[in-house]
Design a protein around this ligand. Structure first.
Ligand code: 9MJ
Length: 673
C-alpha cells in the first residue's frame, strides 16, 4: 500500500467513525471544525489521486449528474404492509390468532417498536457495500433511489466489520425530524418558497428529487427495522437480537425498541410510548408488534400481503378532514385577535373537536382559508387544534373570504395591526372585557398566583356582573357577594377567600409572570427576579439597556417590560398589590457563599459526560445557586462546562471566546469540592 493510499484509508476510517457517532449514536465525538478539516484533507488527497476514489468514500455521498427518471426495482422479497389494530379488543384478537395458529398457550414474546411516520425504504448491501436503495412502491416493485439514499448520513455507505451476510437487504423508514422540518420550513419562508405541510411530506418530496444534490440539503434520517433478502451469512433467530446485529454493522435502529410479553406487555408499551410521543423529535403514528421468534414468524406466514406475525397498533389519528361552518374572532388577554374556525365536529386525536385556530390573518391568507372550505385539521397532544390546509379540490362555489373585523367583537374598540406584525389587536386594553377576563385568568392560574378555586367560569361571572374589574378587586371579594353567585355556596365562598388569602404569600417570579407582561413567560420572570436580586423596585426602574443585560431578554422583550412598568396605572397597581393588599415573597437566602444568587445573572451550557453526576444533576446544582442553564452557546454565555467527549459546543465556545470549565472547575464553582 502506498503512503497516499494508507493516508486516504485512515482518513476515511476516521470520518466513518465520526459519522457513526454523530448520525447513528447521536453523540458527536469531535468538534465540527475538526471533522471539516479531516473531510477537506480527504477531498484534497482524492483530487490528487482520482484513481483511488471508491464509491464508499465519505466524499462520494452526492452524485454529479441529475437523473431523468427513476428506474424500476423489483423487490426479490416483497415489501409487506402491516395489518392494523385500533383497540385493546382488536389487539387481543390479533394475539389470539397468533397463539391459535402456533398452538402455544404461553404468552407470546413480541418485539415492540414505535411506528415511524416516514417512508419505507429497502437498501441492499453486497459484500458490505451499499449497492441499491429503493422505495417500497406497491410492495413488488419500487423506484431506484440509490443516489438519494446515499446522501443520508445515518445510512452507512459500507457496513462495519466483517460479519454481515454477503447480501443483506435492510428495510426501514426514512424520515425528517421535527426540528429538521421546522428548520426546512423556516428556510423556505426566508427564501419565499412553499412550505411543507408535515415532516412526512417533506421526507417524501426530498426522496423524490431527481438531483441528489438537492436531497443532500434535506435533513433526512433513517431507522432500520427489518431485513429482506439475506444471502451468505446468518442472522439471529430473534428479531430483537437481529436488530442488535444491524447496530453492530453501523446501521441505525430506533433506541426505543423493546421485548414485551403478551397483550399486557404490548399494551403497557403502547401507553408508555403514547405518553412520550410529543417529546420525541420524530413523528410516530403507532406501535408495531412483531412476534420475536423467527421460526414462529415463518410458521405464521402471510395473508394478503401483510404478515400474520406483526401488526400496527395505531394511535388515534391526529389529522382529520372536516368543513368550516363559520369563522369567529377571539380576543386574548393581550388584545390579540385570533381567527377561530367553527368546524363541523370531528373526532381527532382522541376527542371531538369543533373549534380550530387559524392563528392570525397572515396564516389565513397564506393558506387561503374560506368559510365553507373543506380543511385538514390537526390536534397533536395537548396543543390547540389547528387548520393545517385547505382541500382545494373540494372548494364549494360560495366559499366566503375571511375578513378581519374593524371593531373588537367584545368591546367594539378599534382593532389595529402594527406594521410588520402578524397579530391584530384590540386597543382597549383592560377596558375590554375579554382582555380583562384573560388577564384575571392568567393572574389566578396555577403557575402564576395559584388561587385555587378562582377558575375561568367564575372569573367570567365576576367580570360580567362587574364585581371584579381589576386585580385589586379580587382581594376585596366577600363571602356574601360570592355565595350569591351561580354554583357557589357558603362553603365554597369561604374556601375561595381562604385560597385568596393563602396566595398572597408567593414567589416573586410567579408574581411577575402573573402580571401578564407581553412575552414574559415563566422562564423570563425567573431570570428577571434573579437578576434584580428579588428587588421589585430595581426591576420597575430598570431602563431598556439594563433589562437587556438579563439572560435571554432581547430588545423586544426589554421594550415590553419597560413599557409596562412606565405606565402609571401599572405602577399604582403593583404598589397597591404589594403595599396595601400584602402580596409578598421571601428572598431566597443570600449568605454570600452558598447563596442562590451567587451565580445569578450567569448562564451556563453543559456538554459531554461528567464523571461525578448526570447533566441533569449538574443543571440542578447550577440553578440552585441562581445560575441559568441554557442549551446553546452564544457570546452571552458565562461559561461552557465541558465533560468528557465534549463535541461541537466546545469548538463553538472556543470560537466565541466563551470560557470553558472542566469538571474540577465546575465542582469548585458549585462548592462541591
Ligand atoms: C415502522 N414504520 O416504523 C415496520 N415500521 O415491519 C416498523 N414498519 C414494518 N416495522 C414489517 N417499525 C413491515 C413494516
Amino acid at each position: 500500500m502506498t503512503s497516499a493510499t494508507k493516508k486516504i484509508e485512515t482518513l476515511r476510517a476516521q470520518i466513518r467513525k465520526h459519522d457513526y457517532s454523530y448520525y447513528v449514536l447521536d453523540d458527536p465525538s469531535i468538534p465540527d471544525a475538526e471533522y471539516d478539516r479531516l473531510m477537506r484533507e480527504l477531498i484534497k488527497l482524492e483530487q490528487q489521486a482520482p484513481d483511488l476514489i471508491t464509491p464508499d468514500s465519505p466524499t462520494q455521498r452526492v452524485s454529479g449528474t441529475p437523473l431523468d427518471a427513476f428506474k424500476q426495482v423489483k423487490h426479490i422479497v416483497p415489501m409487506l404492509s402491516l395489518s392494523n389494530v385500533f383497540s385493546i379488543e382488536e389487539l387481543e384478537a390479533f394475539n389470539k390468532r397468533v397463539m391459535d395458529k402456533l398452538g402455544v398457550d404461553k404468552p407470546i414474546e413480541y418485539n415492540a417498536e414505535p411506528k415511524l411516520d416516514g417512508l419505507a425504504v429497502s437498501i441492499v448491501y453486497k459484500n458490505g457495500q451499499l449497492v441499491q436503495a429503493a422505495t417500497r412502491g406497491d410492495g413488488a416493485t419500487g423506484e431506484d433511489i440509490t443516489e438519494n439514499v446515499r446522501t443520508i448520513r445515518s445510512v452507512p455507505l459500507r457496513l462495519e466489520g466483517k460479519s454481515a451476510p454477503s447480501i443483506l437487504e435492510v428495510r426501514g423508514e426514512v424520515f425528517i425530524s421535527k426540528h429538521g422540518f421546522a428548520q426546512m420550513n423556516e428556510n423556505a419562508r426566508k427564501h419565499g418558497n412553499k412550505e411543507f405541510v408535515n415532516p412526512r411530506n417533506a421526507a417524501a418530496g426530498s426522496l423524490r428529487q431527481l438531483d441528489a444534490k438537492l436531497t443532500a440539503q434535506r435533513p433526512l434520517e433513517m431507522f432500520c427495522y427489518g431485513v429482506g433478502q439475506v444471502d451468505g451469512g446468518k442472522l439471529s433467530n430473534s428479531h430483537n437480537n437481529m436488530l442488535k446485529q444491524l447496530r453492530t454493522w453501523g446501521l441505525r435502529v430506533c433506541p426505543l425498541v423493546e421485548l414485551v410479553k403478551g397483550v399486557k406487555g404490548c399494551w403497557d408499551y403502547y401507553e408508555k410510548i403514547h405518553q412520550l410521543r410529543d417529546q420525541l423529535d420524530y413523528e410516530i403514528d403507532g406501535i408495531v408488534y412483531k412476534v420475536n421468534n423467527k421460526t414462529f414468524q415463518e410458521q405464521l406466514g402471510f395473508v394478503s400481503r401483510a404478515p400474520r406475525w406483526a401488526t400496527a397498533h395505531k394511535f388515534p389519528a391526529q389529522e382529520e378532514i372536516t368543513t368550516i361552518n363559520e369563522v369567529e374572532f377571539q380576543v386574548g388577554r393581550t388584545g390579540a385577535i385570533t381567527p377561530v374556525a367553527k368546524l363541523e365536529p370531528v373526532f381527532v386525536g382522541g376527542v371531538t373537536v369543533s373549534n380550530a385556530t387559524l392563528h392570525n390573518m397572515d396564516e389565513v391568507a397564506r393558506k387561503d382559508v374560506r368559510v365553507g372550505d373543506t380543511v385538514i385539521i390537526r390536534r397533536a397532544g395537548d396543543v390547540i387544534p389547528e387548520v393545517v390546509k385547505v382541500v382545494l379540490e373540494r372548494r364549494v362555489k360560495g366559499a366566503r373570504k375571511i375578513k378581519l373585523p374593524k371593531k373588537c367583537p367584545q368591546c367594539s374598540a378599534e382593532i389595529v395591526r402594527v406594521e410588520g406584525e402578524a397579530v391584530a389587536r384590540c386597543i382597549a386594553g383592560f377596558v375590554c372585557p375579554a382582555q380583562r377576563k384573560g388577564a384575571l385568568k392568567h393572574y389566578a392560574s396555577r403557575n402564576a398566583m395559584d388561587i385555587e378555586g378562582l377558575g375561568d367560569k367564575l372569573i367570567d361571572q365576576l367580570v360580567e356582573q362587574k364585581i371584579v374589574e381589576n386585580l385589586i378587586d379580587i382581594y376585596h371579594l366577600d363571602e356574601a357577594t360570592l355565595s350569591n353567585l351561580d354554583r357557589m355556596g357558603t362553603k365554597s365562598a369561604q374556601n375561595l377567600l381562604a385560597a385568596i388569602e393563602k396566595s398572597k404569600m408567593t414567589e416573586m417570579p410567579k408574581f411577575i409572570y402573573g402580571l401578564g407582561i407581553r412575552e414574559v413567560g415563566e422562564a423570563t420572570a425567573l431570570a428577571l427576579a434573579e437578576y434584580f436580586e428579588y428587588d421589585l423596585a430595581r426591576l420597575m426602574h430598570a431602563d431598556e439597556e439594563a433589562l437587556q443585560a438579563v439572560p435571554d431578554v432581547g430588545p423586544v422583550v426589554a421594550g415590553h417590560i419597560h413599557q409596562f412598568f412606565s405606565h402609571q396605572g401599572n405602577q399604582q397597581l403593583v404598589r397597591t398589590l404589594c403595599d396595601e393588599i400584602g402580596i409578598s415573597w421571601t428572598v431566597p437566602e443570600s449568605d454570600g457563599n452558598s447563596s442562590v444568587s451567587q451565580l445569578s445573572g450567569n448562564s451556563y451550557v453543559l456538554t459531554g459526560t461528567l464523571s461525578s453526576m448526570s447533566r441533569d444533576q449538574a443543571s440542578q446544582l447550577l440553578r440552585a445557586k441562581g445560575g441559568k442553564v441554557v442549551s446553546s452557546i452564544s457570546k452571552n454565555t458565562t461559561a461552557l462546562i465541558a465533560g468528557e467527549k465534549a463535541g461541537s459546543k466546545l469548538a463553538k465556545a472556543e470560537k466565541l471566546g466563551v470560557p470553558v470549565l472542566d469538571e474540577g472547575e465546575f465542582l469548585t464553582l458549585v462548592d462541591m469540592e
